[in-house]
Write a protein that binds this ligand. Structure first.
Ligand SMILES: [Fe+2]
Length: 251
């Protein structure tokens, strides 16, 4: 049985103002996220997954409140992943706790029809020095989740997180844009051995699609403003028995 869902990324309330001197407030993102919600309600997906950077300023509880209010206007279920703007580039335990209180768990998995969805906190995979062991714990969680999905005979396993694994080559150098090589290698090994269908990420504020063995690595543009050629948008994914199809839809 086929079904569809939407990936959104980087609503990042306050980002526009942070990059445009003289502009204050979060009107740009409120406008775009409202458009994304309306468009999604028209498409009628089974659910939405957002791959992080929900707000620009994690200490501004007003931004978090507005994000939640706008998402509550969706006519379907929705799931959040965290991003570096939600947690800082080197998250402390209290940053993760703050996110959990506002938006729910930072890593979890669920199954829907023939597929398994695994949501990760890639910021601790990026840098776990303030929360030692958090990355190992999460890689263990990923490994066990993938095994559980196999045991349940799921057709597709998909991973959702904020940071892309790499941009063009699996061995490319470390940078702020991708997961560092050590944890990247560990994830790629699991992805390859379980033949994961796709990994969905954000963070770049632009689209980028590459393949690793049989796995599509799909980075999607943002709800807030784009940093590349692509406009703000959402990605519609249709899951069929043998494959997934997807397209980026500008707002
Ligand atoms: Fe980000």
């Amino acid at each position: 049985m086929s079904f569809k869902f939407i990936q959104m990324s980087d609503p990042q309330l306050g980002f526009y103002a942070s990059r445009h001197p003289g502009v204050t407030g979060i009107d740009f993102e409120i406008n775009n996220l409202s458009k994304a919600v309306k468009l999604t309600n028209k498409i009628k997906p089974d659910f939405v997954i957002t791959t992080g950077d929900l707000t620009q300023d994690r200490l501004d509880s007003q931004q978090a409140r507005i994000v939640k209010e706008l998402y509550s206007q969706l006519n379907c279920k929705y799931y959040f992943a965290s991003g570096n703007a939600d947690l800082t580039n080197s998250p402390k335990f209290q940053d993760i706790e703050r996110f959990r209180k506002r938006f729910g768990p930072d890593y979890y998995s669920f199954e829907y029809l023939n597929s398994q969805f695994i949501i990760l906190n890639s910021t601790v995979l990026f840098d776990s020095k303030e929360v030692p062991g958090a990355d190992i714990e999460q890689i263990e969680f990923l490994k066990n989740s993938l095994l559980e999905g196999n045991a349940n005979n799921v057709q597709h396993q998909m991973i959702f997180m904020h940071h892309p694994l790499f941009g063009s080559q699996p061995n490319e150098e470390n940078s702020e844009k991708v997961l560092p090589k050590t944890n990247r290698k560990k994830l790629l090994k699991l992805i390859e051995s379980h033949n994961v269908t796709a990994v969905f990420t954000g963070h770049w504020h632009s689209n980028n699609i590459v393949k690793f063995k049989h796995t599509q690595l799909i980075t999607s543009g943002p709800i807030t403003f784009g940093l590349g050629k692509d406009p703000s948008g959402i990605r519609l994914i249709e899951v069929e028995k043998q494959q997934i199809n997807h397209e980026y839809i500008p707002l």
